[in-house]
Design a protein around this ligand. Structure first.
Ligand code: FES
Length: 166
């Protein structure tokens, strides 16, 4: 009889221990998944900014995603900093209201559409999601830049360029 109770206690403790381990594994997995989304750098999902921090007539630069964010008609747009010509980092020029490439002078409007220079396309976009008012940029897959052609926004160059020859 004494042996019987000991086995029952052993089994009960085993079940409790098993349940505890399963719970701990679930908690660890959840924490690990959430942590990696928040801290990922280029190549992953980057939590970039609050939605209300993204300007409609300018851009903000997100270093962790190597990306410029801007807004167009309530849509947040993420543009990779890499020039489609030979890969230089384009810069946002506040005085002209356009992106300008310091290497060979390509220019792009605020939403990344091609304006001038040797670049074969506009700037390449990243996917954007909004989670609880936070903009998340998925830098795991870059889209194609728009082909040269008519610009879809009416925002002409508004002043002096930042780069000679742009
Ligand atoms: S690398 Fe940008 S124009 Fe050449």
């Amino acid at each position: 009889m004494k042996h019987e109770i000991g086995r029952r206690q052993f089994l009960a403790r085993g079940w409790k221990l098993g349940a505890l381990l399963v719970g701990a594994a679930g908690a660890w997995t959840s924490w690990d998944v959430l942590r990696s989304r928040a801290e990922a750098g280029l190549g992953g999902v980057v939590r970039a900014a609050r939605v209300d921090e993204v300007p409609a007539e300018s851009t903000i630069y997100i270093r962790a995603a190597q990306t410029y964010l801007t807004r167009h008609e309530d849509e947040v747009i993420a543009l990779w900093q890499r020039c489609p010509h030979l890969g230089c980092r384009v810069a946002w020029c506040e005085s002209s209201g356009q992106f300008e490439c310091p290497c060979h002078g390509s220019t792009f409007n605020r939403i990344g559409e091609y304006r001038s220079g040797p670049s074969p396309t506009g700037l390449q976009p990243f996917g954007v999601g909004v989670v609880e008012d936070e903009v998340e940029v998925d830098t795991g897959a870059v889209g194609r830049g728009p082909p040269p052609g008519a610009e879809t926004i009416d925002e002409p160059v508004r002043g002096p360029t930042c780069i000679e020859g742009a």
